[in-house]
Write a protein that binds this ligand. Structure first.
Ligand code: ADP
Length: 614
């Protein structure tokens, strides 16, 4: 919670800032676009306004010289001098009609110095001007003063809007009357209509008389002063109609002749239209005393602002999205980097921990191995000692036979010595020598027995080497000789190649054979016919020795246990011989098994690997 709260408020702050920035940007853009568009409209409007003015001027200038030209016509002077001449009036009416048609003017007419119309182009129309007095019109008054009279007004008779040019008709220096040409301006309006902007032409009092907006016609752009209204009434410019101002709601001056004006709906039209805002530009037409106004609706400005705001919003949204995207990407990158650092750290930690464990385990293992080696060594030593002890025990058991075997030659030596002594007294030197030879031979054979026993009794470490099987069997027989001879047991060895070699420790293999043959001798104690046969087979680089006797064999019950340590059926037995023999053979990579022979008697099978040389 503590960590989330600041994040949340930070998010809100950023959102607020972005929203604020968005607002400011929108405002700035709208201002800028408005300014630019108004500038643009202003320049374009100025150009357009000049075109309208030029057009308007051109239209008027076409007629400006015509009254002056007509005033020089003698027919007009003649008629003014003799106004009652009907023939002349008729002729002039026709003439004026022709001129009017050619000039494409609205009306052309002649007024006497009282302001009475005496001839007119519209003499044939329903409401001809002839007989009407227009002396109140300013154009007449101006002409009578000797100038070119110009005036704009709504025709009192025709009800048509027109522009009047009047020129004095003179004879010598005397002004007899005035000739007038009225120009219809309604066609101008039609030509100007249908554009985006509105065109408004106002008279010196500010009354609109030409406009592309028919509903604005004869209204004043601004409220009229009383004197203005009075002047309008007097000239009957608008046939006595009262002039109402347009409903201006707001007016701002932009620069010089440019203004921003908002018009409200006109009285009684409120339900039909709303406010209308325009950029209003104006230019003076001093010849006519007019002002031409160009009004460009601001809806176009609003539309542009709207578009700009939309584009800005879009751009802003793109920017915000881009920002969010970049922020997201950066955050992801940071997270990945953090994750990688963490992963690296935990990997390193895991590796360190593993290394530490391995080291601890290695130390443990090393200690364990050392311990095991120590134990193995101790075990091996114990086994070696046990083997040696068993061998010595075996020798001990054989001691009776051995001492018997030694006592015999000793007794013989005794008697040979006595004989030699007697022969010496009798000086029978040859006989003495023979007796001494016998003694020597007996000593030799005793030495042989003793050295054989000594060899047998020596302690070895179980190292294997190629050993001649023949030699081992012979040595075993020699060790057993006292026992064999005492019991009259025959050891039958199958014909044996002397070069057969097995991989073994010769002393230990000898110990095994002595034990096996010795056991057989012991088993056959109670019988008279005693023999042990040693069969030899070589197969698949293995040697098999079958040691068979003709004793009673081994009962099934005992057969299962004879290799167990301390199992014995003999009173003086230790029960270690077979278990140690089996251990010796297995440690040499061989096997030792027992069964009963089919012919009777026990059969021990010993298998050992042959040495490579064979
Ligand atoms: P020990 O000779 O001290 O009894 P061994 O381990 O050498 O110990 O022999 C175990 C037993 O196996 C002997 O007591 C005997 O009963 C039996 N045995 C061994 N060899 C023979 C054999 N050739 N014939 C009959 N029994 C035998």
């Amino acid at each position: 919670m503590d960590r989330r709260e600041p994040n949340l408020s930070k998010k809100w702050l950023v959102t607020l800032l972005v929203a604020g920035l968005y607002g400011i940007v929108l405002w700035q853009v709208s201002q800028l676009v408005r300014e630019r568009t108004l500038d643009e409209f202003n320049t374009a409007g100025q150009r357009q306004l000049n075109i309208y003015v030029t057009h308007l001027k051109g239209q008027l200038e076409k007629y400006e010289f015509l009254p002056e030209l007509l005033s020089t016509n003698a027919r007009l002077v003649e008629l003014l001098r003799r106004p009652g001449d009907r023939q002349r009036i008729d002729a002039l009416n026709r003439y004026l009609e022709i001129i009017n048609t050619i000039a494409n003017a609205s009306d052309t007419y002649l007024m006497d110095r009282e302001g009475l119309t005496i001839a007119a182009s519209n003499w044939q129309s329903e409401k001809p001007f002839i007989g009407r007095n227009f002396s109140y019109r300013p154009y007449f008054q101006q002409a009578m003063l000797g100038h070119l009279g110009r005036y704009y007004a709504l025709g009192i008779t025709s009800g048509k809007r027109g522009y009047y040019f009047a020129y004095p008709v003179r004879q010598m220096d005397e002004i007899l009357g005035a000739v007038v040409i009225k120009v219809d301006l309604t066609t101008l309006e039609q030509q100007w209509r249908g554009r985006n902007e509105e065109v408004v032409v106002t008279d010196p009092e500010g009354v609109i008389f030409i406009t592309t907006r028919p509903d604005w016609r004869f209204r004043s752009l601004y409220p009229l002063s009383e004197s203005d209204q009075e002047r309008i009434d007097k000239s009957r410019r608008y046939s006595g109609a009262s002039v109402e101002p347009l409903n201006i709601r707001q007016r701002t001056t932009l620069s010089g002749d440019s203004r921003l004006i908002t018009f409200g709906p006109m009285r009684g039209m409120e339900h039909l239209s709303g406010d209308e805002a325009y950029l209003v530009q104006q230019v003076q037409m001093p010849e006519a005393g007019w002002r031409v106004h160009l009004m460009t609706p601001l809806t176009q400005v609003q539309r542009r602002i709207g578009w700009s705001l939309m584009i800005t919003t879009f751009a802003f949204a793109v920017l915000v999205l881009l920002g969010l995207f970049l922020q997201q990407r950066q955050r992801r990158r940071r997270e990945r980097a953090r994750y990688e650092v963490q992963a690296n750290l935990s990997l390193r930690e895991a590796r360190d921990r593993l290394e530490q464990r391995v080291e601890e385990r290695t130390v443990d293992l090393r200690q364990e191995m050392a311990e095991r080696r120590r134990m193995e060594h101790a075990l091996r030593q114990t086994r070696d000692e046990l083997i040696q002890a068993a061998k010595l025990a075996m020798l001990g058991q054989m001691s009776a036979s051995i001492s018997h075997e030694i006592n015999q030659p000793l007794a013989a030596i005794r008697s040979y010595t006595d004989n030699a002594k007697q022969f010496l007294q009798q000086d029978r030197c040859d006989d003495v020598a023979w007796n001494l030879d016998q003694i020597g031979e007996l000593i030799d054979s005793m030495t042989q027995i003793s050295s054989q026993l000594k060899l047998f009794a020596r302690k070895t470490d179980g190292q294997r080497s190629p050993v001649s099987l023949h030699n081992v069997i012979e040595a075993s027989k020699r060790v057993l000789l006292p026992q064999l001879s005492r019991t009259g047991t025959e050891v039958r060895v199958q014909s044996l190649r002397e070069d057969i070699e097995v991989m073994a420790d010769p002393v230990r293999l000898e110990q095994v054979l002595v034990n096996l043959i010795g056991n057989a001798v012991n088993a056959m104690e109670k019988q008279t016919d005693r023999w042990v046969s040693i069969g030899i087979e070589c197969e698949n680089r293995q040697l098999r020795l079958n040691i068979r006797d003709n004793g009673p064999g081994i009962s099934e019950e005992h057969l299962k246990r004879i290799f167990d340590p301390f199992f014995t059926t003999r009173e003086t037995g230790l029960g270690l011989g077979l278990s140690i023999s089996q251990h010796i053979i297995e440690s040499m990579g061989g096997t030792l098994m027992a069964r009963n022979s089919e012919q009777g008697g026990a059969l021990f099978s010993l298998q050992l690997p042959l040495a490579d040389r064979v």
